[in-house]
Ligand binder design. Structure first.
Ligand code: ADP
Length: 485
Protein backbone atom coordinates (compact mmCIF):
# COMPACT_ATOMS: atom_id res chain seq x y z
CA UNK A 1 0.00 0.00 0.00
CA UNK A 2 1.37 3.41 -0.84
CA UNK A 3 2.04 5.75 2.07
CA UNK A 4 -0.11 8.70 3.08
CA UNK A 5 1.29 11.79 1.39
CA UNK A 6 1.24 15.44 2.37
CA UNK A 7 2.49 18.38 0.34
CA UNK A 8 3.54 21.12 2.74
CA UNK A 9 3.48 24.50 0.99
CA UNK A 10 5.52 27.16 2.68
CA UNK A 11 7.63 30.24 2.07
CA UNK A 12 10.32 29.53 4.69
CA UNK A 13 11.67 26.41 6.33
CA UNK A 14 14.37 25.89 8.93
CA UNK A 15 17.31 25.43 8.43
CA UNK A 16 17.23 26.75 4.86
CA UNK A 17 15.48 30.09 5.22
CA UNK A 18 13.90 31.56 8.35
CA UNK A 19 12.40 34.83 9.47
CA UNK A 20 10.31 33.45 12.35
CA UNK A 21 8.51 30.59 14.00
CA UNK A 22 6.81 29.57 10.74
CA UNK A 23 10.13 28.19 9.49
CA UNK A 24 10.64 26.24 12.71
CA UNK A 25 7.23 24.61 12.39
CA UNK A 26 7.60 23.78 8.71
CA UNK A 27 11.04 22.36 9.41
CA UNK A 28 10.02 20.14 12.32
CA UNK A 29 6.59 18.83 11.37
CA UNK A 30 7.67 16.51 8.51
CA UNK A 31 9.87 14.34 10.74
CA UNK A 32 7.23 14.20 13.48
CA UNK A 33 4.57 13.19 10.95
CA UNK A 34 6.98 10.68 9.46
CA UNK A 35 6.75 8.73 12.71
CA UNK A 36 3.03 8.35 11.96
CA UNK A 37 3.67 6.96 8.50
CA UNK A 38 3.02 10.28 6.75
CA UNK A 39 5.38 11.12 3.89
CA UNK A 40 5.79 14.91 3.59
CA UNK A 41 7.25 16.87 0.71
CA UNK A 42 7.89 20.54 1.29
CA UNK A 43 7.31 22.86 -1.66
CA UNK A 44 9.40 26.00 -1.37
CA UNK A 45 10.57 28.85 -3.61
CA UNK A 46 14.11 28.54 -4.93
CA UNK A 47 15.67 31.46 -3.08
CA UNK A 48 19.48 31.63 -3.39
CA UNK A 49 20.01 29.99 0.04
CA UNK A 50 17.71 27.13 -0.90
CA UNK A 51 19.36 26.61 -4.28
CA UNK A 52 22.80 26.66 -2.67
CA UNK A 53 21.82 24.05 -0.06
CA UNK A 54 20.20 21.72 -2.56
CA UNK A 55 22.49 18.80 -3.33
CA UNK A 56 21.55 16.23 -5.95
CA UNK A 57 18.46 17.40 -7.75
CA UNK A 58 16.21 16.12 -10.47
CA UNK A 59 14.02 18.17 -12.76
CA UNK A 60 10.49 16.85 -12.47
CA UNK A 61 8.70 19.51 -14.49
CA UNK A 62 9.45 22.44 -16.79
CA UNK A 63 7.25 25.53 -17.04
CA UNK A 64 7.66 27.61 -20.22
CA UNK A 65 6.12 30.57 -18.49
CA UNK A 66 5.55 30.61 -14.74
CA UNK A 67 4.24 34.08 -13.98
CA UNK A 68 6.61 35.86 -16.31
CA UNK A 69 9.49 33.54 -17.07
CA UNK A 70 10.63 29.96 -17.54
CA UNK A 71 10.99 27.78 -14.45
CA UNK A 72 11.67 24.24 -13.37
CA UNK A 73 10.37 22.18 -10.51
CA UNK A 74 13.22 20.36 -8.80
CA UNK A 75 13.08 17.30 -6.58
CA UNK A 76 15.88 17.15 -4.02
CA UNK A 77 16.94 17.09 -0.40
CA UNK A 78 18.41 19.77 1.84
CA UNK A 79 18.50 20.41 5.55
CA UNK A 80 17.15 16.93 6.21
CA UNK A 81 13.96 17.69 4.27
CA UNK A 82 12.47 16.17 1.12
CA UNK A 83 11.80 19.14 -1.09
CA UNK A 84 10.18 20.30 -4.25
CA UNK A 85 11.92 23.54 -5.15
CA UNK A 86 10.57 26.07 -7.64
CA UNK A 87 13.61 27.23 -9.56
CA UNK A 88 12.29 30.43 -11.08
CA UNK A 89 15.15 32.95 -11.24
CA UNK A 90 12.88 35.80 -12.38
CA UNK A 91 10.89 35.43 -9.14
CA UNK A 92 13.31 34.21 -6.49
CA UNK A 93 16.95 34.62 -7.50
CA UNK A 94 17.82 37.94 -5.86
CA UNK A 95 19.60 39.19 -2.75
CA UNK A 96 17.63 40.09 0.38
CA UNK A 97 15.04 38.15 2.38
CA UNK A 98 12.17 35.95 1.27
CA UNK A 99 9.68 38.84 1.35
CA UNK A 100 11.75 42.02 1.34
CA UNK A 101 14.67 43.45 -0.53
CA UNK A 102 17.88 44.59 1.14
CA UNK A 103 16.20 48.02 1.47
CA UNK A 104 13.65 46.55 3.90
CA UNK A 105 10.75 47.09 1.50
CA UNK A 106 8.44 44.30 0.35
CA UNK A 107 9.31 43.03 -3.11
CA UNK A 108 7.03 44.83 -5.57
CA UNK A 109 6.15 41.54 -7.27
CA UNK A 110 5.20 39.54 -4.15
CA UNK A 111 1.72 38.94 -5.58
CA UNK A 112 3.34 37.14 -8.51
CA UNK A 113 6.04 35.41 -6.46
CA UNK A 114 3.54 33.76 -4.15
CA UNK A 115 0.87 33.20 -6.78
CA UNK A 116 3.51 30.97 -8.36
CA UNK A 117 3.92 29.08 -5.09
CA UNK A 118 0.16 28.47 -4.88
CA UNK A 119 -0.19 27.54 -8.53
CA UNK A 120 2.67 25.04 -8.47
CA UNK A 121 1.28 23.53 -5.26
CA UNK A 122 -2.02 23.07 -7.00
CA UNK A 123 -0.24 21.50 -9.97
CA UNK A 124 1.52 18.99 -7.73
CA UNK A 125 -1.77 18.36 -5.95
CA UNK A 126 -3.36 17.45 -9.28
CA UNK A 127 -0.62 15.02 -10.30
CA UNK A 128 2.08 17.10 -12.00
CA UNK A 129 4.68 14.77 -10.45
CA UNK A 130 3.30 11.27 -10.96
CA UNK A 131 5.59 9.78 -8.27
CA UNK A 132 4.13 12.05 -5.60
CA UNK A 133 0.42 12.68 -5.66
CA UNK A 134 -0.52 14.07 -2.23
CA UNK A 135 -3.56 13.07 -0.21
CA UNK A 136 -3.43 16.47 1.50
CA UNK A 137 -2.09 19.86 0.49
CA UNK A 138 -1.14 21.76 3.63
CA UNK A 139 -0.78 25.51 3.06
CA UNK A 140 1.01 27.70 5.61
CA UNK A 141 0.19 31.40 5.99
CA UNK A 142 -0.74 33.91 3.29
CA UNK A 143 2.18 33.09 1.03
CA UNK A 144 0.60 29.68 0.41
CA UNK A 145 -2.98 30.91 0.64
CA UNK A 146 -3.70 30.58 -3.07
CA UNK A 147 -2.89 26.85 -3.09
CA UNK A 148 -6.34 25.88 -1.75
CA UNK A 149 -7.90 28.44 -4.10
CA UNK A 150 -6.28 27.05 -7.27
CA UNK A 151 -7.25 23.54 -6.20
CA UNK A 152 -10.81 24.60 -5.39
CA UNK A 153 -11.33 26.22 -8.79
CA UNK A 154 -9.63 23.39 -10.69
CA UNK A 155 -13.05 21.72 -10.61
CA UNK A 156 -11.60 18.24 -10.71
CA UNK A 157 -10.77 15.42 -8.33
CA UNK A 158 -8.32 16.91 -5.90
CA UNK A 159 -6.60 16.28 -2.56
CA UNK A 160 -7.95 17.68 0.69
CA UNK A 161 -6.69 21.15 1.59
CA UNK A 162 -5.70 22.48 4.99
CA UNK A 163 -4.86 26.11 5.66
CA UNK A 164 -2.80 26.87 8.75
CA UNK A 165 -2.60 30.36 10.24
CA UNK A 166 0.73 31.03 11.94
CA UNK A 167 0.06 34.75 12.24
CA UNK A 168 -3.15 36.40 11.06
CA UNK A 169 -1.50 39.83 11.12
CA UNK A 170 0.15 39.02 7.80
CA UNK A 171 -2.61 38.63 5.21
CA UNK A 172 -1.07 39.16 1.79
CA UNK A 173 -3.42 41.75 0.29
CA UNK A 174 -2.84 43.02 -3.23
CA UNK A 175 -4.62 45.46 -5.54
CA UNK A 176 -7.55 44.19 -7.59
CA UNK A 177 -5.58 44.80 -10.81
CA UNK A 178 -3.39 41.84 -9.83
CA UNK A 179 -6.38 39.49 -10.12
CA UNK A 180 -6.22 38.74 -13.88
CA UNK A 181 -2.57 37.75 -13.52
CA UNK A 182 -3.60 34.89 -11.22
CA UNK A 183 -5.38 33.00 -14.00
CA UNK A 184 -8.36 32.14 -11.81
CA UNK A 185 -11.90 32.13 -13.27
CA UNK A 186 -13.55 35.58 -13.14
CA UNK A 187 -16.15 34.51 -10.57
CA UNK A 188 -13.30 33.78 -8.12
CA UNK A 189 -13.11 37.54 -7.55
CA UNK A 190 -16.02 37.69 -5.14
CA UNK A 191 -17.06 37.47 -1.52
CA UNK A 192 -16.94 33.67 -1.57
CA UNK A 193 -13.61 33.59 -3.38
CA UNK A 194 -10.35 35.47 -3.22
CA UNK A 195 -11.75 39.00 -3.07
CA UNK A 196 -11.24 40.85 0.20
CA UNK A 197 -12.54 44.40 0.65
CA UNK A 198 -12.01 45.13 -3.03
CA UNK A 199 -8.53 43.64 -3.06
CA UNK A 200 -7.11 40.18 -3.60
CA UNK A 201 -6.51 38.53 -0.22
CA UNK A 202 -4.21 35.52 -0.26
CA UNK A 203 -4.83 34.47 3.34
CA UNK A 204 -8.52 35.25 2.94
CA UNK A 205 -8.60 33.00 -0.13
CA UNK A 206 -7.08 30.12 1.78
CA UNK A 207 -9.38 30.59 4.75
CA UNK A 208 -12.42 30.79 2.49
CA UNK A 209 -11.62 27.87 0.24
CA UNK A 210 -9.61 25.29 2.20
CA UNK A 211 -11.42 22.23 3.54
CA UNK A 212 -10.02 22.63 7.05
CA UNK A 213 -8.46 25.52 8.95
CA UNK A 214 -5.98 25.28 11.75
CA UNK A 215 -3.97 27.64 13.83
CA UNK A 216 -1.10 27.07 16.18
CA UNK A 217 -2.73 27.10 19.59
CA UNK A 218 -6.21 26.52 21.00
CA UNK A 219 -6.05 29.92 22.69
CA UNK A 220 -5.34 31.76 19.45
CA UNK A 221 -8.05 29.72 17.68
CA UNK A 222 -10.52 31.28 20.10
CA UNK A 223 -9.06 34.77 19.96
CA UNK A 224 -9.13 35.11 16.16
CA UNK A 225 -12.92 34.70 16.24
CA UNK A 226 -13.04 38.10 17.93
CA UNK A 227 -12.53 41.45 16.16
CA UNK A 228 -9.32 42.45 17.97
CA UNK A 229 -7.26 39.39 17.13
CA UNK A 230 -9.22 38.43 14.01
CA UNK A 231 -7.95 41.54 12.22
CA UNK A 232 -10.80 41.72 9.75
CA UNK A 233 -11.03 37.98 9.14
CA UNK A 234 -13.10 37.21 12.26
CA UNK A 235 -16.39 37.29 10.33
CA UNK A 236 -15.20 34.72 7.84
CA UNK A 237 -13.65 32.61 10.58
CA UNK A 238 -16.87 32.63 12.58
CA UNK A 239 -18.76 31.43 9.52
CA UNK A 240 -16.30 28.56 9.17
CA UNK A 241 -15.47 28.01 12.85
CA UNK A 242 -16.76 24.41 12.73
CA UNK A 243 -13.76 23.68 10.48
CA UNK A 244 -11.19 25.47 12.65
CA UNK A 245 -8.96 23.82 15.25
CA UNK A 246 -5.99 24.97 17.28
CA UNK A 247 -3.02 22.63 17.37
CA UNK A 248 -0.23 23.72 19.65
CA UNK A 249 3.22 23.79 18.09
CA UNK A 250 6.03 21.69 19.46
CA UNK A 251 9.68 22.53 19.74
CA UNK A 252 12.54 21.14 17.70
CA UNK A 253 13.83 19.05 20.58
CA UNK A 254 17.07 18.07 18.90
CA UNK A 255 17.94 21.67 18.09
CA UNK A 256 16.89 22.87 21.55
CA UNK A 257 18.31 20.38 24.02
CA UNK A 258 20.26 21.82 26.95
CA UNK A 259 21.92 18.47 27.61
CA UNK A 260 23.58 18.31 24.18
CA UNK A 261 23.64 21.95 23.07
CA UNK A 262 27.06 22.83 21.63
CA UNK A 263 26.19 26.53 21.37
CA UNK A 264 26.08 27.06 25.14
CA UNK A 265 28.93 27.30 27.67
CA UNK A 266 28.06 24.14 29.58
CA UNK A 267 25.39 21.54 28.82
CA UNK A 268 23.03 20.73 31.69
CA UNK A 269 19.74 19.08 32.53
CA UNK A 270 17.10 19.24 35.25
CA UNK A 271 19.28 17.13 37.53
CA UNK A 272 22.30 19.40 37.15
CA UNK A 273 20.82 22.85 37.68
CA UNK A 274 24.03 23.87 39.44
CA UNK A 275 25.84 23.46 36.12
CA UNK A 276 23.32 25.85 34.60
CA UNK A 277 24.87 28.63 36.70
CA UNK A 278 28.03 28.42 34.57
CA UNK A 279 25.89 29.49 31.63
CA UNK A 280 24.54 32.46 33.55
CA UNK A 281 28.06 33.54 34.45
CA UNK A 282 29.25 33.19 30.85
CA UNK A 283 26.22 35.05 29.52
CA UNK A 284 26.72 37.96 31.88
CA UNK A 285 30.38 38.14 30.91
CA UNK A 286 29.54 38.13 27.23
CA UNK A 287 27.11 41.04 27.74
CA UNK A 288 29.48 42.91 30.04
CA UNK A 289 27.14 42.72 33.05
CA UNK A 290 28.22 42.97 36.70
CA UNK A 291 28.93 39.55 38.19
CA UNK A 292 26.40 40.19 41.04
CA UNK A 293 25.49 36.49 41.53
CA UNK A 294 22.39 37.26 43.62
CA UNK A 295 20.76 39.39 40.95
CA UNK A 296 17.76 38.06 39.02
CA UNK A 297 18.69 37.99 35.33
CA UNK A 298 15.89 38.54 32.83
CA UNK A 299 16.33 37.66 29.15
CA UNK A 300 14.60 38.58 25.89
CA UNK A 301 14.98 36.87 22.51
CA UNK A 302 12.64 38.44 20.02
CA UNK A 303 11.74 40.23 16.90
CA UNK A 304 11.38 43.89 17.81
CA UNK A 305 7.86 44.70 16.66
CA UNK A 306 4.59 46.06 18.02
CA UNK A 307 3.24 42.51 18.30
CA UNK A 308 5.93 41.52 20.77
CA UNK A 309 5.02 44.29 23.25
CA UNK A 310 8.62 45.15 24.06
CA UNK A 311 7.74 48.83 24.28
CA UNK A 312 6.03 47.85 27.55
CA UNK A 313 9.34 46.47 28.75
CA UNK A 314 11.21 49.54 27.56
CA UNK A 315 8.75 51.55 29.69
CA UNK A 316 9.45 49.27 32.68
CA UNK A 317 13.24 49.31 32.83
CA UNK A 318 13.31 51.55 35.91
CA UNK A 319 11.10 49.06 37.73
CA UNK A 320 13.33 46.19 36.64
CA UNK A 321 16.49 47.97 37.76
CA UNK A 322 14.82 49.08 40.99
CA UNK A 323 14.33 45.42 41.86
CA UNK A 324 18.09 44.92 41.60
CA UNK A 325 17.57 42.78 38.49
CA UNK A 326 19.54 42.70 35.25
CA UNK A 327 18.50 42.28 31.62
CA UNK A 328 20.03 40.77 28.49
CA UNK A 329 18.18 41.39 25.25
CA UNK A 330 18.70 39.98 21.78
CA UNK A 331 16.43 41.57 19.23
CA UNK A 332 16.10 42.43 15.58
CA UNK A 333 13.64 44.73 13.88
CA UNK A 334 12.02 48.04 14.68
CA UNK A 335 14.66 50.78 14.76
CA UNK A 336 12.92 52.92 17.42
CA UNK A 337 12.70 50.05 19.87
CA UNK A 338 16.25 48.98 19.10
CA UNK A 339 17.37 52.53 19.81
CA UNK A 340 15.53 52.62 23.14
CA UNK A 341 17.13 49.40 24.38
CA UNK A 342 20.57 50.28 23.06
CA UNK A 343 20.25 53.64 24.79
CA UNK A 344 19.28 51.98 28.08
CA UNK A 345 22.27 49.64 27.85
CA UNK A 346 24.47 52.68 27.31
CA UNK A 347 23.09 54.44 30.39
CA UNK A 348 23.13 51.30 32.59
CA UNK A 349 26.22 49.29 31.64
CA UNK A 350 26.63 46.34 33.95
CA UNK A 351 22.86 46.09 34.44
CA UNK A 352 21.41 45.99 30.92
CA UNK A 353 23.11 44.27 27.98
CA UNK A 354 21.74 44.50 24.45
CA UNK A 355 22.69 42.81 21.20
CA UNK A 356 20.85 43.89 18.09
CA UNK A 357 20.43 41.58 15.14
CA UNK A 358 19.71 37.94 14.59
CA UNK A 359 22.03 35.40 16.24
CA UNK A 360 21.09 31.75 16.78
CA UNK A 361 23.99 31.10 19.18
CA UNK A 362 23.22 34.07 21.42
CA UNK A 363 19.54 33.04 21.45
CA UNK A 364 20.58 29.67 22.87
CA UNK A 365 22.96 31.23 25.39
CA UNK A 366 20.25 33.54 26.72
CA UNK A 367 17.86 30.62 27.17
CA UNK A 368 20.57 28.69 28.99
CA UNK A 369 21.74 31.52 31.20
CA UNK A 370 18.83 33.84 31.99
CA UNK A 371 16.68 33.13 35.04
CA UNK A 372 13.52 34.31 33.30
CA UNK A 373 12.53 34.96 29.71
CA UNK A 374 10.16 37.90 29.21
CA UNK A 375 7.55 37.62 26.42
CA UNK A 376 5.10 40.54 26.74
CA UNK A 377 3.36 39.97 23.37
CA UNK A 378 0.15 41.83 22.54
CA UNK A 379 -0.86 38.72 20.63
CA UNK A 380 0.99 35.45 20.13
CA UNK A 381 -0.38 32.70 17.87
CA UNK A 382 1.79 30.12 19.61
CA UNK A 383 5.23 31.44 20.40
CA UNK A 384 8.31 29.27 20.41
CA UNK A 385 10.69 31.22 22.62
CA UNK A 386 8.70 30.41 25.76
CA UNK A 387 8.86 26.73 24.79
CA UNK A 388 12.63 26.74 24.51
CA UNK A 389 12.74 28.77 27.74
CA UNK A 390 10.75 26.03 29.51
CA UNK A 391 13.12 23.41 28.20
CA UNK A 392 16.20 25.38 29.30
CA UNK A 393 14.87 26.27 32.75
CA UNK A 394 14.48 30.00 32.06
CA UNK A 395 11.06 30.56 33.61
CA UNK A 396 8.81 32.32 31.11
CA UNK A 397 7.19 35.59 32.17
CA UNK A 398 4.48 36.00 29.56
CA UNK A 399 1.42 37.99 28.57
CA UNK A 400 -1.72 35.90 29.01
CA UNK A 401 -2.56 35.68 25.31
CA UNK A 402 -2.80 32.98 22.63
CA UNK A 403 -0.25 30.22 22.83
CA UNK A 404 1.57 31.89 25.72
CA UNK A 405 -1.50 31.36 27.91
CA UNK A 406 -1.72 27.75 26.71
CA UNK A 407 1.87 26.78 27.46
CA UNK A 408 2.95 28.52 30.67
CA UNK A 409 1.37 27.62 34.03
CA UNK A 410 1.18 30.69 36.22
CA UNK A 411 2.56 30.00 39.68
CA UNK A 412 -0.46 31.36 41.53
CA UNK A 413 -1.35 30.14 45.02
CA UNK A 414 -3.20 27.07 43.77
CA UNK A 415 -0.54 26.12 41.25
CA UNK A 416 2.02 26.50 43.99
CA UNK A 417 0.15 24.23 46.39
CA UNK A 418 -0.38 21.70 43.58
CA UNK A 419 3.31 22.00 42.71
CA UNK A 420 2.67 22.64 39.01
CA UNK A 421 3.70 26.22 38.20
CA UNK A 422 6.20 26.90 35.41
CA UNK A 423 6.26 30.69 35.09
CA UNK A 424 4.33 33.92 35.40
CA UNK A 425 1.43 35.23 33.31
CA UNK A 426 0.22 38.80 33.32
CA UNK A 427 -2.91 40.44 32.00
CA UNK A 428 -4.00 42.83 30.62
CA UNK A 429 -1.05 43.49 28.32
CA UNK A 430 -0.18 46.87 29.78
CA UNK A 431 2.87 48.46 31.33
CA UNK A 432 1.48 48.46 34.90
CA UNK A 433 0.56 44.77 34.62
CA UNK A 434 4.04 43.94 33.31
CA UNK A 435 5.60 45.89 36.16
CA UNK A 436 3.50 43.96 38.66
CA UNK A 437 4.71 40.74 37.06
CA UNK A 438 8.35 41.84 37.36
CA UNK A 439 7.75 42.47 41.05
CA UNK A 440 6.12 39.06 41.46
CA UNK A 441 9.17 37.54 39.79
CA UNK A 442 11.49 39.25 42.21
CA UNK A 443 9.38 37.92 45.09
CA UNK A 444 9.63 34.37 43.82
CA UNK A 445 13.36 34.75 43.23
CA UNK A 446 13.88 35.29 46.96
CA UNK A 447 12.71 31.71 47.57
CA UNK A 448 15.45 29.77 45.78
CA UNK A 449 14.09 26.34 46.76
CA UNK A 450 10.75 27.22 45.15
CA UNK A 451 12.54 28.69 42.15
CA UNK A 452 14.41 25.46 41.49
CA UNK A 453 11.19 23.50 41.83
CA UNK A 454 9.65 25.75 39.17
CA UNK A 455 12.67 25.21 36.95
CA UNK A 456 12.32 21.45 37.26
CA UNK A 457 8.60 21.75 36.47
CA UNK A 458 9.40 23.88 33.44
CA UNK A 459 12.04 21.50 32.17
CA UNK A 460 9.68 18.53 32.57
CA UNK A 461 6.98 20.17 30.39
CA UNK A 462 6.17 18.14 27.28
CA UNK A 463 7.07 20.50 24.44
CA UNK A 464 7.56 17.70 21.89
CA UNK A 465 6.16 17.67 18.39
CA UNK A 466 4.62 14.28 19.09
CA UNK A 467 1.38 15.69 20.52
CA UNK A 468 0.95 18.05 17.57
CA UNK A 469 1.87 15.38 15.04
CA UNK A 470 -0.84 13.08 16.39
CA UNK A 471 -3.44 15.81 15.95
CA UNK A 472 -2.35 16.79 12.43
CA UNK A 473 -2.22 13.12 11.47
CA UNK A 474 -5.80 12.54 12.64
CA UNK A 475 -7.01 15.73 10.95
CA UNK A 476 -5.30 14.87 7.64
CA UNK A 477 -6.50 11.27 7.55
CA UNK A 478 -10.07 12.13 8.53
CA UNK A 479 -10.24 14.75 5.80
CA UNK A 480 -8.71 12.45 3.18
CA UNK A 481 -11.18 9.70 4.04
CA UNK A 482 -14.05 12.18 3.77
CA UNK A 483 -12.91 13.30 0.34
CA UNK A 484 -12.42 9.73 -0.87
CA UNK A 485 -16.02 8.99 0.16
P1 ADP B 1 7.81 34.86 15.74
O1 ADP B 1 7.70 33.73 14.77
O2 ADP B 1 6.56 35.67 15.87
O3 ADP B 1 9.01 35.72 15.53
P2 ADP B 1 8.21 32.75 17.73
O4 ADP B 1 8.42 32.81 19.19
O5 ADP B 1 7.12 31.86 17.24
O6 ADP B 1 8.02 34.24 17.22
O7 ADP B 1 9.54 32.24 17.01
C1 ADP B 1 10.71 33.00 17.05
C2 ADP B 1 11.89 32.12 16.68
O8 ADP B 1 12.94 32.95 16.22
C3 ADP B 1 12.46 31.37 17.86
O9 ADP B 1 13.06 30.18 17.38
C4 ADP B 1 13.53 32.34 18.40
O10 ADP B 1 14.56 31.70 19.10
C5 ADP B 1 14.02 32.96 17.13
N1 ADP B 1 14.47 34.36 17.27
C6 ADP B 1 13.71 35.47 17.43
N2 ADP B 1 14.47 36.57 17.43
C7 ADP B 1 15.74 36.17 17.30
C8 ADP B 1 17.01 36.85 17.22
N3 ADP B 1 17.08 38.18 17.30
N4 ADP B 1 18.12 36.10 17.07
C9 ADP B 1 18.03 34.76 16.99
N5 ADP B 1 16.88 34.06 17.05
C10 ADP B 1 15.75 34.75 17.18
Amino acid sequence: MSSFKVLSVVSEVFPLVKTGGLADVAGALPAALGRHGVETRTLIPGYPTVMAALGHRETVHRFDDLFGGPATLLDGKAGGLDLFVIDAPHLYDRPGGPYMGPDGLDWADNARRFAALGAVASGVGLGLVPGFVPDIVHAHDWQAGLAPAYLYYAGTRRPGTVMTIHNIAFQGQFPAHDFPMLGLPPHAFGLHGVEYYGMVGYLKAGLQLADRLTTVSPGYAGEILLPDAGMGLDGLLNARSHLLTGILNGLDEAGWNPATDTLIAKPFDAKSLKTRVANKVALKEAFGLDADPEALLFGVVSRLSWQKGLDLLADSLDTLLGLGAQLVLLGAGDADLAGRFAGAAHVHPGRIGVQLGYDEGVAHRIQAGADMLIVPSRFEPCGLTQLSALRYGALPLVARVGGLADTVIDVNEMARSAGVGTGIQFSPVTTPALQMALKRAAGLWRDQALWQKLQRNAMATDVSWERAARQYDTLFRTLAAERAA
